[in-house]
Ligand binder design. Sequence first.
Ligand SMILES: [Cu+2]
Ligand SMILES: [Zn+2]
Length: 180
Amino acid sequence: MTRTIAALLASAALGAGMAHADSHVSAPTPAATAEMRTLDGTIVGTATLTPGTDGVVVHLSVEGLEPGAKGVHLHAVAECDPATEFKSAGGHIGDSDSTHGLLHPEGPHAGDLPNLYVGADGKGEMQAFTARVALSETPDGMLDSDGASLMIHASGDDHFTQPGGTTGARLACGAFQPTS
Ligand SMILES: [Cu+2]
Ligand SMILES: [Zn+2]
C-alpha cells in the first residue's frame, strides 16, 4: 500500500515536471558570478547577476564581516588586486556620466546600489534590481572586455556625499565571471 502511494507520488511529480517543461518558460539563472574576497584573500561571500527583461537582479550573500551597513557598488573593471587595495577595479560604472548617489539630484552612477546590512552574526544578504546596467558585451555592458566587479565598502553609503558616498575603504571585491 505504502509502496503504491509512493509510486503515485513519483508519477505525479514527474507529470508536474513535464508540464513545467512544456510551458516554454525556463527559470532564470545567473549570467555571471563573483567570489567576494577581502584584502587578505579570505572568501566572504558570493555575488550573482541575473538578467531580466529590462534590467539585472544583483544578489549578494556574505558571512564573516563586521556588523552594520556596507556600501555596495558595481565597479568598472573585473580586477580585484589586493596590492592596489582593490583600486584595480576602477570607479563606479558610469562615474564619468553623472554624480554619485541614489539620492543625489544629479545622480546616480549606473553602478550605484543600495547598502548591504550585516547582522550581529556577521552574515548579510542583499538583493537589488537595477535597470541602469546591462550584461551585454558592448563597451557599456558589464561583460565587456574589461568586465565588471562588485565592491563592498567598510561603511554605509549615504547615497549623496561626493565622490563615493561616505563608504570608506574597499573591504571586499569580486570580479564577475560569465557562468556559461
Ligand atoms: Cu564602490
Ligand atoms: Zn557612485
